[in-house]
Design a protein around this ligand. Structure first.
Ligand code: NAD
Length: 370
C-alpha cells in the first residue's frame, strides 16, 4: 500500500507530537511492507512568520495532492493582537473548509491503565469505547440567515438557523452505519425530535436507511438524556451519530472518559482528502519542555491507517501498543496520577510505543512461522 501523507505540524507542541506520530507511521510502513511518503508544509503561526498568511496556497495545493493530511496544532500567543481572520487558527478553519470533510470522527476510549485519570469512577468508565460521528458542515453553525442586530428589538436581537437537507443527513448517516458494521454493530442516533423539525427529518432519514444495514441495531436518543447516559453508562454505546452542534458538545463531554486532552485523536472524512488531527491545541504553556503527550497524535496516526489506508490490522496494532505502554506505567505529566508519577518525555513515550509495536509484530511473525 502506498500513501502520500501531508504533514502540517503547526505551532507549539504540534511539531513535537507530530514527529512522534510520523515515526510510528514510518514504523508501521516498514513492518507491513508499505510505502508512505511524508511531505511537510506550513500552517498557523509558523506560516504567518514565513509567508505572512496562516494558510499559504502552496500548503493547500500540497494537501489536495495527498492521500491524507496529518495536522499537529495551531495557535501562538504572539499573534493574539491580529484580527481573527489573520490569526493562526484561521488557517485551521480554512484547511478544514478546503478539504471539505463532512464527517468528524472522535473516539472516546477508557484505557484500564488510566481509570484513575477520569473524574468518573472506574466502574463507570470500564469498557467504554465510543466512536462519535459528528456532521460537520451543516446545522446551526452554517445555516442562513444568521445575524446579530445590536440595536434591534429593544437592545439587541440575533438569529442562527438550524437547517439540514435529507442528502446531508444521508451521507453522514451512511458513514456511521458503515463504521458500526465494522465495530459492535450498534448505532445510536442523537436528536431533539420532540421539539425540532430538523431532528424529525434527521430521525426519519436514519430510520429510512436501516434496511440497507440489517446487521446494525439502531436506537434514537434525545440529546438531553444522551448527555446523562454518556456519563452514567458509557459502555452502552458503540457508534454515536449526531448533528453538528450536539456532536460538538457531546464529544467534548465524552473526552472525560479517557481522562486527558492529550490522549484524544480525531479524523474528518468524506471530503476531497481526509484530515487527521489530535483534539488538543498547541499548548503554548508546555511547548518545548518535552512534557507534551504524543499519544493523541499517535492514535490519530492509527486513524490515518484505518480510514485512508484501509490498514485495520496496523491501526489496531498501534492502538494496542499505546495500551501496552500505559499498562507498563509510562506516563507523561498530563496522565500522571497518584502512585504513577510522570516518568517519560514526549520523545521517550514515542519510542516506547515504537518498541511495543515492534515487539507485537515480531511476536505475530514468529507465530506465523511456527
Ligand atoms: P490546548 O489544547 O492547547 O491546551 C489546554 C491544556 O491542555 C493546557 O494546559 C495544555 O498544556 C494541556 N495539553 C494540551 N495538549 C496536551 C498534550 N498533548 N499533552 C499534555 N498536555 C496537553 O488549548 P488552549 O490552551 O485553549 O489553546 C492553546 C492554543 O491552541 C490557542 O492558540 C488555541 O487557539 C489553539 N488551539 C488549537 C487547536 C487545534 O489546532 N486543533 C485546538 C484547540 C486550541
Amino acid at each position: 500500500m502506498k500513501l502520500k501523507i501531508a504533514v502540517l505540524a503547526g505551532d507549539g507542541i504540534g511539531p513535537e507530537v507530530t514527529h512522534e506520530a510520523t515515526q510510528i507511521l514510518q514504523a508501521a510502513a516498514e513492518f507491513g511492507g508499505h510505502e508512505f511518503t511524508f511531505t511537510e508544509a506550513l500552517i498557523g503561526g509558523v506560516a504567518i512568520t514565513a509567508n505572512g498568511t496562516p494558510l499559504p496556497q502552496t500548503t493547500i495545493d500540497m494537501c489536495l495532492e495527498s492521500d491524507a493530511v496529518l495536522l499537529g496544532a495551531v495557535g501562538d500567543n504572539k499573534f493574539n493582537h491580529l484580527t481573527p481572520d489573520k490569526r493562526p487558527e484561521a488557517g485551521l478553519l480554512q484547511i478544514r473548509q478546503e478539504l471539505g470533510g463532512f464527517a468528524n470522527l472522535r473516539p472516546s476510549v477508557a484505557y484500564p491503565a488510566l481509570s484513575e485519570n477520569s473524574p468518573l469512577r472506574p466502574e463507570v468508565t470500564k469498557g467504554a469505547d465510543i466512536l462519535f460521528v459528528r456532521e460537520l458542515l451543516g446545522g446551526l453553525y452554517f445555516g442562513q440567515p444568521r445575524w446579530w442586530n445590536k440595536e434591534g428589538n429593544g437592545g439587541g436581537e440575533a438569529i442562527n438557523t438550524m437547517r439540514y437537507t435529507r442528502d446531508e443527513v444521508v451521507r453522514v448517516a451512511r458513514v456511521a452505519f458503515e463504521l458500526a458494521q465494522k465495530r459492535r454493530k450498534k448505532l445510536t442516533s442523537v436528536d431533539k425530535a420532540n421539539v425540532l423539525e430538523c431532528s424529525q427529518l434527521w430521525r426519519a432519514t436514519v430510520d429510512s436507511l436501516k434496511g440497507d444495514y440489517p446487521d446494525v441495531t439502531v436506537e434514537h436518543q434525545l440529546v438531553d438524556s444522551m448527555a446523562m447516559h454518556l456519563m452514567n453508562i458509557p459502555r452502552n454505546f458503540d457508534v454515536v451519530l449526531t448533528e453538528n452542534l450536539f456532536g460538538d458538545i457531546l464529544s467534548d463531554e465524552s473526552g472525560v472518559i479517557t481522562g486527558s486532552l492529550g490522549m484524544l485523536p480525531s479524523a474528518t472524512i468524506g471530503g476531497k482528502v481526509n484530515l487527521y488531527e489530535p483534539v488538543h491545541g498547541s499548548a503554548p504553556d508546555i511547548a518545548g519542555t518535552g512534557k507534551a503527550n504524543p499519544l493523541g497524535a499517535i492514535l490519530t496516526a492509527a486513524m490515518v491507517l484505518r480510514h485512508s489506508g484501509g490498514l485495520e490490522q496496523e491501526a489496531v496494532a498501534i492502538e494496542a501498543a499505546v495500551a501496552k505502554v500505559l499498562e507498563a506505567g509510562h506516563r507523561t505529566a498530563d496522565i500522571a496520577r497518584g502512585n504513577t508519577a510522570a516518568n517519560v518525555t514526549t520523545q521517550q513515550m514515542g519510542k516506547l510505543v515504537h518498541q511495543a509495536l515492534a515487539e507485537s509484530i515480531d511476536r505475530h511473525q514468529s507465530l506465523h512461522a511456527v
